[in-house]
Design a protein around this ligand. Structure first.
Ligand code: PLP
Length: 397
């Protein structure tokens, strides 16, 4: 058998491990004793239009067409609806011929990196980063090169990036709003990034692509704007998903948008189609392609996450925890109260608090807290976060 695949299959991710532990402990001790902040599973229901559209499609559409294969790159009417929405909201040129429907952001990323990379290439990601990037990059034959971010803001450290880019750099992954830091890259950061990649592409005589990973685009708070990367850098491939915005992670639906401004954009799009084919994605789920086409511009009620963020971030700060209050997504990335984040998470478990060590996100000494949970659970967990801080001698206001 293939050794790499065996290893990927036999080692559960730390997040899954904690999640399973939480389920077992809740069974033993009762649900109210466990505060599971491990998983990024949306806690708000999909908007009503999702169910209405599903029912309408099931009632009105001819079943063999509704449930049948669509073209490999996705249903044309669906791709047109998405392209029109991108044009309207972002003011950039978009076209159905540059949209490829996928089974969510994970598929979008694996396909895009496989379309771009050749054996021996490097893909740069900014720590903290989504743990699966390494798997996706290696599946594409490339090596993931993690780079530290500015520790005060978690914005991209452009001078560090300048040193890290080499003749082997094929792509840079940009995830904003970020999992796990929740940070949104500012227009200033994005502008500097684009200028540097233009310069380095010229210097090395090869196109360095930006691959954006944006399942959290709509999960932003306080009116923060998330810059649309194709406006700043033409060689951009956008990886989008409806998992978080419409609370549909189990339905596996998203898309890739290749910027029509990219060099050889048509060939790049065909490489995306080829990578999808090589990886065995025949077409994205037909019923959900057609459903999301009717839901453009709609999101689940993400205001709940903003309330959770404020409640948790403000309380934790007052207990002496250090964190950058995030502008988006639904995670807090908090400095552990001892150097070893694993040991800190073990201690947190004594209070029923299930947190994820930052090491797997490329950032030792931090923990991730997924606050896509009920506000009630957050309120009930706060005394325990306070006790945990007191264990470390933090003075409490
Ligand atoms: N990228 C990031 C940053 C994520 O947090 C996730 C899921 O949590 C994914 C990609 C995968 O998303 P999807 O469910 O759309 O495949």
């Amino acid at each position: 058998m293939n050794r790499r695949m065996y290893e990927l299959g036999s080692r559960r991710s730390v997040i899954r491990e904690i999640f399973e532990y939480g389920k077992k402990r809740a069974q033993q001790e009762g649900k109210d004793k466990v505060f599971d902040f491990s998983l990024g599973n949306p806690s708000v229901a999909p908007p009503a239009i999702v169910k209405e559209t599903l029912l309408r499609l099931l009632q009105e559409e001819e079943p063999t067409a509704l449930h049948g294969y669509t073209s490999a790159q996705g249903d044309l009417a669906v791709r047109r609806a998405i392209a029109a929405y991108i044009e309207k909201t972002q003011g950039v040129e978009a076209d159905a011929d540059y949209i490829y429907m996928t089974c969510g952001a994970a598929a979008s990323l694996t396909i895009s990196l496989s379309a771009i990379c050749n054996a021996g290439d490097e893909v740069i990601a900014f720590a903290p980063y989504f743990t699966e990037y390494k798997v996706f990059a290696e599946t594409a034959g490339a090596r993931l090169v993690p780079l530290a971010s500015d520790p005060e803001t978690f914005q991209i450290d452009v001078s560090l990036l300048e040193k890290a880019i080499s003749a082997d750099t094929a792509a840079v992954i940009v995830n904003s709003p970020n999992n796990p830091s929740g940070v949104v890259y500012s227009e200033e950061t994005v502008g500097k990034l684009a200028a540097l990649l233009d310069k380095k592409s010229r210097e090395y005589g090869r196109t360095i692509y930006i691959v954006t990973d944006e399942p959290y685009r709509e999960l932003v708070y306080g009116g923060v704007k998330v810059p649309y990367l194709t406006k700043y850098y033409k060689n951009t491939v956008v990886c989008y998903s409806y998992s978080k915005s419409l609370s549909l992670p189990g339905e596996r639906i998203g898309y890739i948008f290749v910027s029509p401004q990219a060099e050889n954009a048509k060939e790049l799009y065909l490489a995306v189609c080829g990578a999808g084919r090589a990886l065995g994605y025949v077409c994205a789920p037909s019923l959900f392609q057609k459903t999301i086409a009717a839901c453009q511009g709609v999101t689940a009620d993400v205001s709940v996450y903003e309330k959770n963020r404020d409640l948790l971030a403000d309380a934790l700060r007052s207990y002496g925890y250090r964190l950058v209050k995030p502008d988006g997504a639904f995670y807090l990335f908090v400095r552990a109260l001892e150097e070893d984040a694993y040991a800190f998470c073990e201690r947190a478990k004594r209070y029923g608090l299930l947190l994820v060590p930052g090491d797997d996100f490329g950032c030792a000494g931090y923990v991730r807290i997924a606050y896509c949970v009920s506000p009630d659970m957050i309120s009930r967990s706060l005394p325990y976060f306070k006790k945990l801080a007191e264990d470390y001698g933090k003075s409490i206001d």
